[in-house]
Design a protein around this ligand. Structure first.
Ligand SMILES: [Zn+2]
Length: 225
């Protein structure tokens, strides 16, 4: 076995595009950098906004064209934004593979996802302009099923094999910690709201005057005169 992990290209991943341009002559663009992706099946070559000497994807930089490995989480993510067009990118050239996705030297739209109830005409028009397929999908699972049926993208076990188990475990731990921090922030916010509601009810039902309420964070002084 070789020490250098090999990834078969083209590599496919999920991502979204923003739509730019006049109605009827729309183009796809990156959500953050306003680079317009070239139509007609042409490849977009990544450039770096941080350094002119970078040849994307440069390790430690954010340059390169991004896409996520197909998973339920990433599929949910691309379908969440109603203004962006979700789809599947086809990537070639140098790649940097991460736990949740990759950055590539060049890419083009491979398929655009048409979600029922969204702008079907626009998605079909863009797919034609970009020589991309249209995938009708009403759920993250439907997007995932499309990728699995065609063998598109890297699955979790392949990513672990590429990154090595230690790196993959490190990524997972970092993600769990992020999730936990979010959960704590949410719990604190819910507790604060609950306290305000309790205080509000007491004030609403008690006769006017000074009083002291005992909340979870200590005494709360109120005056409802
Ligand atoms: Zn760079």
């Amino acid at each position: 076995m070789s020490d250098t992990p090999l990834v078969a290209t083209p590599l496919y991943g999920l991502r979204t595009w923003t739509v730019v341009g006049e109605s009827g002559a729309e183009r796809l663009a990156g959500p953050h950098q306003c680079t317009t992706w070239p139509p007609g099946g042409a490849w977009l070559e990544a450039t770096c906004t941080q350094s002119p000497v970078h040849q994307p994807p440069t390790h430690g930089c954010g340059c390169g064209l991004h896409a996520w490995h197909p998973s339920r989480r990433s599929a949910r993510r691309i379908l969440a934004g109603r203004r962006d067009v979700p789809g599947i990118a086809e990537a070639r050239g140098a790649m940097e593979v991460h736990e949740d996705g990759f950055r590539a030297e060049r890419a083009r739209p491979y398929a655009l996802v048409l979600v029922p109830g969204r702008n079907a005409r626009l998605v079909r028009r863009l797919a034609k302009v970009y020589a991309a397929q249209v995938v009708e999908a009403d759920s993250p699972d439907a997007v995932l099923a499309f990728c699995r049926a065609r063998g598109l993208g890297l699955d979790e076990s392949t990513v672990v094999r590429l990154l090595g188990p230690a790196t993959a475990a490190e990524y997972r731990r970092a993600r769990r910690e992020r999730v936990r921090a979010d959960a704590l922030r949410l719990a604190a916010a819910v507790a604060a709201v609950a306290l305000l509601v309790v205080a509000g009810l007491r004030v609403a039902t008690d006769p006017p005057g000074d009083r002291v309420l005992h909340g979870r964070t200590g005494e709360i002084h109120t005056n409802s005169r």
